[in-house]
Design a protein. Sequence first.
Length: 337
Amino acid sequence: MIKTDIIIIGAGPVGLFAVFEAGLMKLKCHLIDAIPFPGGQLSEIYPKKPIYDIPGFPSVLAGELVDNLMEQAKPFKPGFTLGERAESISRQEDGSFIVTSSEGKKHRAPIIFIAGGLGSFEPRKPKIDDLEKYENKGVYYFVKEPAFFQEKKIFISGGGDSALDWAIYFAEISKMSVGLIHRSEFFRGHKDSVDKIHHLKKIGKIDLYANSEVISLKGENSLESILIKDNEKKITELSLDCWLPLFGLSPKLGPISNWNLDIEKNAIKVDHTMDYQTNISGVYAIGDVNTYPGKLKLILCGFHEATLAVQSAYKKINPNKKVVLKYTTVQGIQGFD
């Protein structure tokens, strides 16, 4: 039995930052994650992708952010159960919880933080014949190693932030133009990104195919070309090395959906006016896994949620102690002995 103060389900950026905040309050944490390494989506899907909205970092690679968060948490010696999914949760007579992993490992604590991001997830795949034939042979749903694509002729499909971010990234570093295909002339991504796409198109770094979508794939042993159709039903064949259909992720909460939590649209409802606690006292949900009025799925918002959740958790664990907020500029960082 692993015993700790806070069990954190999810070892992504928000879960890792919660370790730091808990450590400042002298609370120990143990993290559980189905992925065999810390970092969540940042490590598994896009470790080399630049992130622009972390305070104090004009740009930081996702993998570097994970490394920094791990270094920040290190003084507080968190425990990890990695490569095992949090399967079940049960409340004990003393009010504490036992979380059992998919491998039968048991963890006990008075507080649980669910920081599972989008939960388990799969890429949203387009409905195209023979798609599976070309997967990892020209068709890719994630960019784990940008260097692999850098000297290749690539086309990206999608109109959200991920598609725009990668189109901009490759257009700025590649010697060849990048193709961007979107079924509309309007994009869902940030306005700054959309403006940059049009600028890169103007200077010949991006070939933009708006009001178009891929309808067919061609190639013998690997992908060699794609057929796209526009709104006027004109079909164009484009030769390429790689096609990246970046239509987002289809999230699934997995076993969490069976834990008697209030669920709304595949996310956990929380009390946003106080501490991001769920309908079960002692169980908090922080980061992309939660929902409340005005929710923004941003890492920096998850950091804020983790901070307030830790303050609330401390009061539950130490009901007779007064919480005194001390700035780290004054008290420094004191790890566990």
